[in-house]
Design a protein around this ligand. Sequence first.
Ligand SMILES: Nc1ncnc2c1ncn2[C@@H]1O[C@H](COP(=O)(O)OP(=O)(O)OP(=O)(O)O)[C@@H](O)[C@H]1O
Length: 277
Amino acid sequence: MTPALRLHDVSARMGGRTVLRGVDLDVADGSRLGIVGVNGAGKTTLLRVLAGVLRPSSGTALIADGRGGLIDLRRLPNRERARQLAYVPQEDVTTSELRVGEMVTLGRVPQTRPWARGGRAERDLVLDALDAVGLAGRIDTVADQLSGGERRRAVLARGLAQQCPTVLLDEPTNHLDVAWQLDLLEVFATRARTLVATVHDLDLALRFFDRLALVGWRAGSDRTSEPAGIVAVGPPAEVLGAHHVETHFGVGSVQVPHPDLPQHHLLIHPRKDTSPA
Ligand SMILES: Nc1ncnc2c1ncn2[C@@H]1O[C@H](COP(=O)(O)OP(=O)(O)OP(=O)(O)O)[C@@H](O)[C@H]1O
């Protein structure tokens, strides 16, 4: 089956430095892919390449063309790309003076003809997206007056309003309380066909995604040397096996079954060699 997104031998540079090197990745159509790794490993860079926001310095980023083939993301005009995939970055500083409703309406721009906006249907869609993130009552609030978590939810609502089959979220759970962390990921998983998100919460990553891509450094190299890009990709329970977690996150871990629910949780603890005697 044609993947929703594919990276072929992709390298990417940030600030004059190669951050990703030789990355191959298929994001299966209809799947939930989580991207994990320590600070600075290259998760955001990987997501931006997948979203077509950052051009690879070499290699190709491809997206399904809807006819069983793949097309180079660089060949898609921006508006068409924004109809296919929604990308919600980690921080959004551009919309703070807009009202929440106006900010979410920006998500509709790629989906509507020029000068054909502002109708009843559009308002209903915006309200629906705000309702999904618990902010329907704040449609007229200036975005600046929202709390950090509310603002994050409003930015995510803009991504929902874009109504794209593929959604890429950079640390969507940042600033959110525990209930919203779970709820919002479920909202996106229900509404989007294919979901890719970076997350720091490894327990959430273990439970929520179909597959994980672990971004890190090659075994034996230090963090100032060659980047590795994706060092493991597969089922969450494998990618977050104790050996990988210790090697790439520097902590001990164990996966334990929930006493009542059919799911496993990841418990994190200091590495054995650093535990108090
Ligand atoms: N605008 C920039 N200019 C220069 N270097 C950058 C820039 N953005 C990121 N980098 C560097 O690229 C590398 C990868 O950054 P990236 O943001 O992809 O990491 P990350 O895994 O998402 O980190 P975090 O978990 O802290 O968000 C880091 O070493 C970072 O310092």
